[in-house]
Design a protein around this ligand. Sequence first.
Ligand SMILES: Nc1nc2c(c(=O)[nH]1)N[C@H]1C(S)=C(S)[C@@H](COP(=O)(O)OP(=O)(O)OC[C@H]3O[C@@H](n4cnc5c(=O)[nH]c(N)nc54)[C@H](O)[C@@H]3O)O[C@H]1N2
Ligand SMILES: Nc1nc2c(c(=O)[nH]1)N[C@H]1C(S)=C(S)[C@@H](COP(=O)(O)OP(=O)(O)OC[C@H]3O[C@@H](n4cnc5c(=O)[nH]c(N)nc54)[C@H](O)[C@@H]3O)O[C@H]1N2
Ligand code: SF4
Ligand SMILES: [Mo]
Length: 768
Amino acid sequence: MGVWKKTWCNLCAVTCGLEMEVEDNRIINVRPDPSSPRSNGYCCRKGRTAKYFTENRDRLLFPKKRVGDHYERISWEQAYREIAERANAIIQKHGPRSAAFLGGGTYSITTPAATALPLMKAIGTQYNFNPIGVEFMGDWWSHGRIFGYAFHFLEPDDENNEVIVYWGSNAYVSHQMPNAKRTIRSFSRDPEKMVIVVDPRLSETARMADLHIMPANGSDALLMRALIAIILEKGWQNQEYINQYTRDWALVLPWFKGFDIDAALEVCQISREQAEKFARIITTKKWGMHRDLGLFFGRHSTASSYLCILLAIVCGMALVKGGSVMPERVLYLDSTDENDPKVWRTPVTNRFPVLGIFPEGVFPDEVLGDNEDRIRLAFSVLTNPARSYPDSQRIEEALKKLELFVAIDCVETETTMLADYVLPSMSAYEADGDFDMFTLNYPEVVFGSRKRILEPFGEAKEDSMIFAELTQAMGYLPELPKSLYDAAEEAVRTGDRIKYFMKVVMWIGKGGMKYFDQAATIIALTLGKAMRSSGRAMNWAVLLTSPVFKSAIPTVQADTGLHPVLSRLPVFKDWCVLDAAFDLVDHHPEGAVIGMADTEHMMEKHITHKDGKMHLWCKEIEDYLYAYITPEREREALMLKDGNNMILSSGRRDEGGVNNAMRNPATSRYRNLYTLWINPVDAAEMGIADGEKLRLSTNRGSVEIPAEITWRASPGYCLMPHYFGLHYQGEIRGMHANYLTDNTDIDEMTGNSHWRYTPCRVEKVQEV
Ligand SMILES: Nc1nc2c(c(=O)[nH]1)N[C@H]1C(S)=C(S)[C@@H](COP(=O)(O)OP(=O)(O)OC[C@H]3O[C@@H](n4cnc5c(=O)[nH]c(N)nc54)[C@H](O)[C@@H]3O)O[C@H]1N2
Ligand SMILES: Nc1nc2c(c(=O)[nH]1)N[C@H]1C(S)=C(S)[C@@H](COP(=O)(O)OP(=O)(O)OC[C@H]3O[C@@H](n4cnc5c(=O)[nH]c(N)nc54)[C@H](O)[C@@H]3O)O[C@H]1N2
Ligand code: SF4
Ligand SMILES: [Mo]
């Protein structure tokens, strides 16, 4: 019999509450946690298999260093010393543009960034690559343009929606929203409500739909342009809302007036009748939309995201109760305006960051060139670029070419195998303090501090501590005075962390603010030591500096009480509220509600343009729509060329795998998931039998893969998983989807990868 402990799932951004039975430092059982304010007793099949994530025999236990063609174990001190020497030499010689950070965020493990970003600032580099960037680049950018701040983006108010639209999202399987199956089922069952799915195939979510719109794969932007044009043609738009809350309506009208709706719908393969039906529903009902990879990894991803928002605005559904709302964020990401000359562009590919994140597809080109200002040094954490970035061959080549590559992970991966130094970090279940990056609940603002439930393996450290110690080793921070360490110990003893915080602020001020950007790292080193966890200290530091209560209403006072003296002084009041929120979450391992969204003042709180209006017009989008989103151009562009006979989804989400996290084959021991889903019509036409081996080729590579004949694929559209081709105990099963993808095949505007639209050739394997 083990002991049941409360934690939450590390396998996707939804962070469902889980209870785990722990025996002999192993997770032996997992069940959903009914007390979780995030998920209220819900969890999916992946969450149930979370024990296989920690049950990995390739755990990294010690720091190691590449020596010739093998690795040698070294001490942490040696690792820090050597990495610092080599990194500093490269940066001194070639400048800050030689250094890049490769981060991850999918798993809502957020504390490493708290000290990694300050280290980037100390080095002076802006190169932050991250898969969450590549999914959301276009969507965030569009929200930034229309509303002002890119990290507050629209989500359906599903408590109050009459209709939920899933556009390019298979949430019934992939989640990306709280309690997905429960919510979709309840909408599907309720005669007063409706589920609409826009997906070119019969996905699991589409099977639950009242209305399934099946556009030709890749024709979404054209369909959206046609839908808005229909709404305007019929006069169905919510003109009162548009007049009150938006700017530049007259400039946007020509995008749709005179647009050839029928020619567009023909290319989309949607009947006029169905398109009008859809348009009528969304102009008469209260609806919200989940957008996901079908759009974000589809063609014209940025233009589609922009048009999605316009569609909501035209119907009067953005930032209104029952329409789309903006869940609050505890974490703040700095806006980056690509037109500001201080914001870097990549020298070879001329790409810009959105919210500080660069599109990962261009990374290899920025390493492999022979330009003087190329990237020569990289740190990776919580990511496996050798598999998760497009074009595995090219990214492997780039990682090998780096003059110094330091990889941090809890297990051996295809990326750590290419590093010069490999540093072991604790997994989510050994580390402390991680919190929810996306805070998906609404109107509740749920926040947490994940508790350690397993003792750390080997010499693994928390990622946030690794970056903090590295910052010191590289000489960006001096030895810190004993007084700060003592103040931290006292704060833990007495609970008065504000007093400690003032000491940190004073020490930074005394040094002429030179270490201002390193505040979090100073806290990780001092309070982290006193709390026996830098992650927990980061959780507190992030909360203390969070602007969450600029838009949300705190609910913490009543529960915990504020600092008795300081909270009465206006300068300290906000800090005291946030500090009390930390106490609340620290005492609640299942997470806690720290605030509520201000549902009465959404427009004032979430439109951050000075004039308080949504800005509808944008030159880049106008140029793009006129150049690309026309029936003539799309008719031609959607035709298969170069001997290709199908479109591939190079990244099938099914219940079996979770990106590259589940390496232990025991996770799916009863099923063969390494298959290509192919529609029965295609199979019959090509004479393919179920289970028959096929050759699947793209412009970048070719693999053999068994066919799985299923209606979940549609004619001309096949799907392969993106979680094979991973090493485990020296063996590799299948091939990774990114052996078939092209890192230059990315969205022209912001750089998302076209992973849902990979032209390919499917053939029978010739018998010899
Ligand atoms: N089991 C499992 N769940 C996961 C993950 C996992 O690896 N495994 N990963 C997690 C992560 S990181 C993410 S980002 C989410 C992603 O979650 P989703 O975006 O829901 O995942 P996909 O399966 O890519 O679903 C996209 C849907 O878009 C459809 N689609 C494809 N092309 C087009 C198109 O041209 N137009 C339209 N309208 N639709 C199209 C596809 O048929 C598919 O049904 O999943 C998360 N959940
Ligand atoms: N072809 C193709 N490529 C894709 C996609 C696709 O659909 N098709 N999807 C894209 C999407 S949406 C995403 S989000 C990215 C995901 O790509 P990445 O963010 O790179 O995620 P993974 O490849 O799963 O790598 C995550 C790493 O973090 C480590 N890790 C996980 N949990 C913990 C933990 O608790 N502690 C520590 N220390 N380490 C941990 C794992 O061991 C793993 O090596 O992939 C993208 N790549
Ligand atoms: S929905 Fe995501 S967080 Fe919840 S149990 Fe499934 S994988 Fe874990
Ligand atoms: Mo993702």
